[in-house]
Design a protein around this ligand. Structure first.
Ligand SMILES: NC(=O)c1ccc[n+]([C@@H]2O[C@H](COP(=O)([O-])OP(=O)(O)OC[C@H]3O[C@@H](n4cnc5c(N)ncnc54)[C@H](O)[C@@H]3O)[C@@H](O)[C@H]2O)c1
Length: 474
């Protein structure tokens, strides 16, 4: 089998457990050490609730200007007080395209391009406050760490880290430098997520017992097996050589926030099961029959198509996270249940007894009643911005997450999305890989807060009680 040794070594490296710990050498049955990732870290400084010195203007550099990065440029440029001062991509034309997108807003960024280390020069500049990282997965931690070491806040696309060692690197660097490390993913800062978080906090669902989320998104042909949609086949290569939950954050972060993980509760352990690959190798073979380009992907160790990972928290709550990016099914949603009720998405619905869902009318009045201040303020700012002529570019607008990050920096407020959330949600991947490789044995989830979860105060000030909400949209 071609490349099988390379794929095998990748699994060993990614689990961090070496060959003896992977369960792939004939000893996969029976109990395993549930804690193969020993912790020696002592918290240097608690970044939970930390407010960095306030900034009137947030001077930004952005690296990675592909599918997502061009949107990042536009979203950040749509927020008052943001100055896009530097743009970086391996491909010079991508830098130019992004700069052109925001030139009408007065941004005149410097260009960094041409080799894979140009982003370092951007991080080393003295006149930047925030580095946004929108590159392939394996570059996120090195770029975040370098940015923080150079006195910049780091804002990274998901996953913030790909190994347990990288998760600790982020935590240690953020604590030592007192720079924020913010991971972008779905969360409860806006829209229905914020309404539900408010309902949970107000006790509508009683005590939460269980939550489910997923990344179920058919990317087989549209993304993974395309030559030109993304940089250097990184997406397809990420699906080779390991089995686990490869992209948990979009489903997991909203649940982490609903369950008060890192501030009141903590992940205890997880178990993970992966199916076989039924689709990716078949697709590689089919494409290779027509085009030699795909030959190197035939008979590789493709990830099992469906992964199911189950977590238990120390308070005894359960979480189910699924990952499937190949099978032809509609995109997945989420669910959570408590002692007094249940929420399920797709379409959004709520029940407070086993007899059925509340009516549309009742649902809408609950949404109205529980819509928190942060959503009202963001919607109002959007409405005001829409009334302003932006020379035909009003479609840019921003997301509640980008807006809130900049608003917190400009108001000197604690960051809602902190390094511990980035670390614990990123750790789910290497931990699930370890569990799958060890016949789904359980594995402890490291406590990245080093015990501070017991006393940390809640983040996500959705009521804007601590202030903020003052940054306009452009
Ligand atoms: N939050 C979301 O909803 C969301 C949506 C899509 C993608 N993403 C994430 O965004 C990230 C990027 O995904 P994408 O689809 O834009 O990928 P992409 O391949 O389209 O873009 C990546 C870009 O990074 C550049 N790049 C790679 N290495 C570089 C280096 N060393 N220096 C400078 N530039 C470099 C490439 O040239 C490319 O333009 C991924 O982490 C992905 O998971 C998040």
């Amino acid at each position: 089998m071609k490349n099988s040794r390379r794929d095998f070594l990748k699994i060993a490296a990614l689990t961090g457990a070496g060959l003896a710990g992977t369960g792939m050498i004939g000893c996969s049955r029976g109990a395993k050490n549930p804690n193969p990732f020993p912790v020696t870290h002592k918290q240097m400084f608690n970044m939970s609730g930390y407010a960095a010195p306030r900034l009137d203007v947030v001077r930004v550099g952005i690296v990675g200007l592909g599918n997502r990065g061009t949107g990042t440029v536009s979203r950040l440029a749509s927020i008052e007080g943001v100055e896009i001062k530097a743009l970086c991509d391996l491909e010079p034309e991508r830098v130019k395209i992004s700069a052109d997108l925001i030139s009408h807003l007065g941004h005149k960024p410097d260009f960094y391009s041409g080799n894979e280390n140009e982003w370092k020069k951007m991080c080393e500049r003295k006149d930047l406050d925030l580095i946004a990282i929108v590159t392939p997965w394996d570059t996120h931690t090195p770029m975040c760490v370098y940015a923080m070491e150079n006195d910049k806040h780091a804002y990274t696309e998901l996953p913030a880290a790909t190994t347990i060692e990288e998760c600790w690197q982020l935590v240690e660097t953020s604590e030592r430098t007192r720079k924020h490390c913010i991971q972008m993913s779905a969360n409860n800062l806006g829209g229905m997520g914020a309404v539900l978080l408010n309902m949970v906090r107000e006790g509508f669902f009683g005590e939460l017992i269980h939550a489910e989320g997923c990344y179920i998104h058919d990317l087989l042909l549209d993304f993974n097996f395309t030559k030109t949609m993304y940089h250097n086949m990184w997406r397809l290569n990420e699906n080779i050589g390991r089995h686990g939950n490869l992209y948990p954050q979009h489903g997991l972060v909203p649940v982490i926030q609903l369950l008060d993980i890192n501030y009141g509760d903590k992940m205890d352990y997880l178990v993970s099961v992966s199916s076989n690959d039924f689709m990716m190798n078949e697709t590689a073979k089919k494409l290779a029959a027509e085009d030699d380009f795909w030959e190197e992907f035939v008979d590789r160790e493709f990830r099992g198509n469906m992964n199911v990972t189950v977590f238990r928290t120390v308070k005894g709550r359960s979480i189910v996270m699924q990952h499937d990016v190949t099978s032809p099914r509609p995109r997945g949603g989420r669910l959570f249940s408590g002692t007094k009720g249940i929420y399920q998405s797709g379409p959004d619905r709520i029940a407070t007894s086993h007899t059925g869902w509340v009516s549309d009318e009742e649902f809408n009045s609950l949404v109205e009643k529980y819509t928190p201040e942060i959503v009202k303020r963001f919607n109002e700012l959007n409405r005001l911005a829409e009334s302003v002529d932006r020379g035909g570019h009003s479609y840019y607008r921003t997301s509640p997450t980008d807006w809130r990050i900049i608003d917190c920096l400009r108001n000197g407020l604690p960051m809602d999305l902190d390094v511990y959330e980035a670390a614990v949600s990123s750790a789910a991947t290497p931990l699930s890989v370890w569990s799958v490789a060890n016949r789904s044995n359980s594995v402890d989830v490291p406590d990245f807060t080093s015990g501070a979860w017991q006393t940390n105060k809640r983040a996500l000030d959705i009521g804007l009680e601590g202030g903020g909400g003052t940054t306009r949209l452009i």
